[in-house]
Design a protein around this ligand. Structure first.
Ligand code: NAG
Ligand code: NAG
Ligand code: NAG
Ligand code: NAG
Ligand code: NAG
Length: 491
C-alpha cells in the first residue's frame, strides 16, 4: 500500500519525485499502440482478454487522435508534439519531417531512459524508417535500448526489421506471423528487464489491424458470419458535407462485400494482439510485478468501412476515424470512466509523469496523469474539454473506384466535449500550400454530436448553428494550430 501511495504522489508531484524513489520501486510502463484500431465500429471487441483486464483500470471516454493518418499520428505519439511542429512541405513521412536530429532528440524514449528506465520498442514505429533500415551503417534508433522495428509495411509475413540496428528477416512459416514475432520479442525484452530488476518501458506497436489484416493461420476461420456494422451513416450520401464526402458514388454491393471481408480479418488479426496482452500479464504475474506496471492501450487512429460510402480507410475528421480507445491499468488509478478530453499529443507527457518525470517545456501535449489518480488530494487540472485536429492531404488517393482523399481534403478542427456541449467543428482548405491556415478555410462543418452521433447533419450556416460558438472555436483553433510548447499550447 505504501508503494501505491508513493506512486500516486509521484505522478502528480513529478519534479521532486525523481530523487525520492528508491531503485526498483518505479512502476514499469507498457504502451500497446495498435495500427488503425477504431472504437466506434466495434474494433476493440475481439480483444476480449485485454478488454476484461482493462475494465479493472481507467478509461478516457473522450480520447481522440490529432490527425487520422499513420505517420503524422505516430510522430505526435513519439514526440508529444503537434503535427504542425513537424510539418514539412518537401515530402517527409506523410508531410512529417522525421529524418533529422531535432526529431531524433525529441523521441520520448530518451526521457524515459533519463528517468532510469530500460526502454524497448517492438513493431511499427513510423512509415519512413529507411535510415534505420539500410543494409550498410543503419542509424541506431534513439531512445530505445532494445528494439525490433518494422522496416516494411502492409504485410504479415516475410517482414524485415531492424533488430538493434541489424537487419532481421522473417519468412512464411506460421511462427513468422508478424504480430507473434512482435509479441515474442516484447516478451523477451520484458523478461530480461524483470530478471535484471530494472524498471522498463515497452513500446509495443503491432501492425494489426492495418490492411491487409492477414490473420494468424490459427485464427483464419474465426468470426466467419460477421459483417461490418451498418451504422446509420453506412452507404449514406451526405450532400451537405465537404467535397470528398458529398461526391462519393454509392457503395456497390461488391464493395460492401470487400469491406465485410476486411472487417472480419481486422477482428481476426486483433486476436493475436490479445495474445500478446495475455502472455505479458502472465509474465508480470510470474515476477510479481502486475500491480507495479502501467499498461496503456490506444491506437494511431480509427477506421471507416462504408461510412459516408467511403470503402475502407481513415483520413476523415469524423468519430469513426478520430476516436480511439484509451485504457490504462496500473497502480493508484481511479477505476472507471473519465469524461475529460485528451488526445495522442498528451500520451508521451502522461507517460513521462507516470515514470516520475517532468514534462519538457518543448512538448506541446499536457499530461493527464493526475486526473486519473484516485488520490483525491491530486491537484485539479484546468478544464480539459477540447482537442485540436490537423490533417494534410496525401493527394488524390483512390480505393475501390472511390476517391478517399483529394487535395482539398486538408483541414483543421476541434472536438469539444463538456457537460453541455459535444461538437465537432472543421475548416477545410484547398490544398497543403495553405498549411499556415492564415485565413478561414473554404468549406466548414459543424456537428452537434450529442444529437447526431454519426455526424450526418452539417449545421454550419444553418439556423441551428450557434454562431457565437463557431466564432469562439475558430479563434481558439487558429491559436492552437500555430502553438509550440507547454505554455503556448493550451489545454
Ligand atoms: C538489443 O540490445 C540490448 C541492449 O544492448 C540487449 O539487451 C538486447 O538483448 C539486444 N536485443 C537483441 C535482439 O539483440
Ligand atoms: C509467440 O509466437 C507463437 C507462435 O509462434 C504464438 O502462438 C504466441 O502467441 C506468440 N507470443 C506472443 C506473446 O505474441
Ligand atoms: C448502397 O445503396 C445503394 C442504393 O442507394 C444500393 O444499391 C447498394 O447496394 C448499397 N450498398 C451496400 C453495400 O449496401
Ligand atoms: C476538390 O478537389 C477536387 C479534385 O481536385 C476538385 O475536382 C473539386 O472541384 C474540389 N472541390 C471544391 C469544392 O473545390
Ligand atoms: C462547454 O463549452 C462551451 C464552449 O466553450 C461553453 O460555452 C459552455 O459553457 C461549456 N459548458 C460547460 C458545462 O463548461
Amino acid at each position: 500500500m505504501a508503494s501505491l501511495a508513493l506512486i500516486c504522489l509521484l505522478a502528480v508531484t513529478a519534479a521532486i519525485a525523481e530523487s525520492a524513489v528508491a531503485p526498483g520501486t518505479k512502476p514499469n510502463i507498457i504502451l500497446l499502440f495498435n495500427d488503425d484500431q477504431d472504437i466506434t465500429l466495434g474494433g476493440t471487441t475481439p480483444m476480449a482478454f485485454t478488454e476484461k483486464l482493462m475494465s479493472t483500470g481507467a478509461t478516457v471516454d473522450n480520447f481522440f487522435v490529432n490527425t487520422p493518418v499513420c505517420c503524422p499520428s505516430r510522430t505526435t505519439m513519439l514526440t508529444g508534439g503537434y503535427p504542425h511542429n513537424w510539418h514539412t512541405t518537401t515530402g517527409g513521412c506523410m508531410h512529417m519531417d522525421t529524418d533529422n536530429d531535432r526529431f531524433r532528440k525529441s523521441i520520448f524514449g530518451l526521457n524515459l531512459q533519463s528517468l532510469g528506465y530500460t526502454t524497448g520498442q517492438f513493431g511499427k514505429l513510423l512509415n519512413g524508417m529507411k535510415e534505420y533500415c539500410s543494409e550498410k551503417d543503419p542509424l541506431r534508433l534513439p531512445g530505445f535500448d532494445s528494439y525490433l522495428t518494422m522496416c516494411n509495411y502492409a504485410r504479415y509475413f516475410e517482414n524485415t526489421f531492424s533488430s538493434n540496428g541489424t537487419l532481421y528477416k522473417t519468412g512464411t512459416k506460421p511462427e513468422d506471423y508478424l504480430t507473434s514475432v512482435i509479441g515474442n520479442h516484447s516478451l523477451d525484452f520484458i523478461e530480461a528487464s524483470l530478471q535484471a530488476g530494472r524498471p522498463f518501458f515497452a513500446y509495443i506497436s503491432p501492425h494489426a489491424p492495418h490492411v491487409p489484416a492477414t490473420p494468424a493461420p490459427w485464427y483464419a476461420d474465426k468470426f466467419s458470419d460477421m459483417k461490418a456494422p451498418r451504422t446509420p451513416n453506412y452507404n449514406y450520401s451526405a450532400t451537405d458535407h465537404h467535397y470528398v464526402i458529398r461526391s462519393q458514388p454509392i457503395l456497390t454491393s461488391d464493395e460492401g462485400d470487400i469491406s465485410d471481408a476486411l472487417f472480419r480479418d481486422r477482428w481476426r488479426s486483433l486476436l493475436s494482439v490479445d495474445d500478446i496482452t495475455k502472455d505479458v500479464v502472465s509474465l508480470l504475474e510470474k515476477y510479481d510485478q502486475a500491480d507495479n506496471t502501467y499498461i496503456l492501450w490506444t491506437s494511431d487512429h480509427g477506421y471507416q468501412l462504408g461510412q459516408f460510402r467511403l470503402p475502407s480507410c481513415k483520413l476523415q475528421p469524423y468519430d469513426h476515424d478520430l476516436k480511439v480507445p484509451f485504457r490504462i491499468k496500473g497502480p493508484g488509478l481511479k477505476q472507471g470512466s473519465h469524461s475529460f478530453v485528451a488526445s495522442i499529443v498528451d500520451v508521451a507527457p502522461t507517460i513521462i509523469e507516470l515514470g516520475g518525470g517532468t514534462v519538457p517545456e518543448e512538448m506541446d501535449g499536457h499530461s493527464f496523469a493526475s486526473l486519473l489518480m484516485s488520490d483525491s488530494s491530486a491537484p485539479k487540472d484546468e478544464t480539459r474539454d477540447r482537442m485540436t485536429i490537423e490533417y494534410w492531404t496525401l493527394g488524390n488517393v483512390i480505393r475501390n473506384h472511390h476517391y478517399i482523399d483529394m487535395p482539398n481534403n486538408t483541414y483543421i478542427g476541434i472536438r469539444l466535449v463538456n457537460d453541455t456541449h459535444n461538437y465537432l467543428y472543421v475548416e477545410y482548405y484547398q490544398d497543403v500550400k495553405e498549411m499556415k491556415f492564415t485565413d478561414k478555410g473554404f468549406e466548414f462543418e459543424l456537428f452537434d454530436v450529442s444529437k447526431d452521433p454519426y455526424q450526418m447533419k452539417n449545421l454550419y450556416g444553418t439556423p441551428e448553428a450557434d454562431d457565437q460558438l463557431v466564432t469562439e472555436l475558430h479563434e481558439y483553433l487558429h491559436k492552437q494550430v500555430v502553438c509550440k510548447g507547454q505554455k503556448e499550447c493550451k489545454l
